[in-house]
Design a protein around this ligand. Sequence first.
Ligand SMILES: Cc1ncc(COP(=O)(O)O)c(C=O)c1O
Length: 398
Amino acid sequence: MSFELERARLETPGCANVLHLDNAGAALMPKSVLRATLNHLRLEAAIGGYRAAERALEAIEHSYDAAATLLGCHREEIALVEHATRAWDLAFYSIPFGPGDRILTDMAAYASSYIAFLQVATRVGAEIDVIPNDAYGQISVDALRDTVDERVKLIALTHVPTNGGLVNPAAAVGQVAREFGVLYLLDACQSVGQMAIQVDDIGCDLLSATGRKYLRGPRGTGFLYVRREVLDRLEPPVLDLCAARWVARDRYEMRPDARRFESWERNVAGVIGLGVAIDYALGWGLDAIYGRISSLAERLRVRLEALPGVTVHDLGRERCGIVSFAVEGWEPENLRRALAQEGINVSTSTRYSTLLDMDDRDLTALVRASVHYYNSEKEIERFCTVLETLNHGVGDSV
Ligand SMILES: Cc1ncc(COP(=O)(O)O)c(C=O)c1O
């Protein structure tokens, strides 16, 4: 199926300035998102923030509908928050863990999540169990099934890790969670916006996402999905006067929906921009987006693998838009800087973000080139040519 690449690039002003392969960091915003966000900031400057919010009520409320459409859930199951880690934390810290409760997670766990596991383990005596990978380098669903018992309180899975193209089998994990009636929290920070995600197909109860990455929204935006059926089993770790109403001297009443995880003050322009970004992604179609992204990423992997001294490190049976690699003789951070000098944006991943996985593979850092649908085949070629030139040059500065 042909992809309207020219339109995608024309609608992305940043394409004129940079070769952007840091979409897993923060993608380039499309014009429509930029316009909606700036227009609201202008309105705030013109008539005051609160009046502007009143006037923009429909657009603000629309962002809940957009997120719900994206995930195939109800708008009451969405809380709009600042970013994925905040969304994930709000979900995780609302679970009443006790001594001996088990938390099952995967080898690709993100640092912020694992730090939270450690904190709760220390605080209440919960246990962390890391499920090993299968032969493809993705979570072993068999090992997961074998280890679940009545002490398991949570399965927390990283759908797509920060440091590579792996796509964990989230729906198969969801089946196990359902089979055993265990709460299932999905870190979908790198997958939302990149591929179609329907919470009922995956079977997760909680899901965290961010706006600025594959969704192409403004920075400082994100959301949490909370399945209706689990809402009342969770106690939000913080409550303000938006999350709850102070009804008597000794009593408050929590909101009946997922917005009990939100706080009153927020970046309204960002919320509106996020809604527009989601609409924009839905307009392209998530399957079309993922088809384009995964084929571009595969093309990049093939090209990189053919370059002398370059090793691609992506795991998994299914691989997405994140391409991770190392170049002999180059410290990833030095290579990132050298590429930036050529107008090419990539990022690096160090063991401090995904320690279990990196230590397991004896890696300390990787270069991360993450493609989006607006990247062109020509850009992939240019990227590889520049890499080749740098690699042949005086090069490195290990
Ligand atoms: C897998 C994964 N989870 C969570 C996060 C945190 O996202 P945020 O920075 O929006 O909080 C990241 C960020 O890179 C990530 O890659």
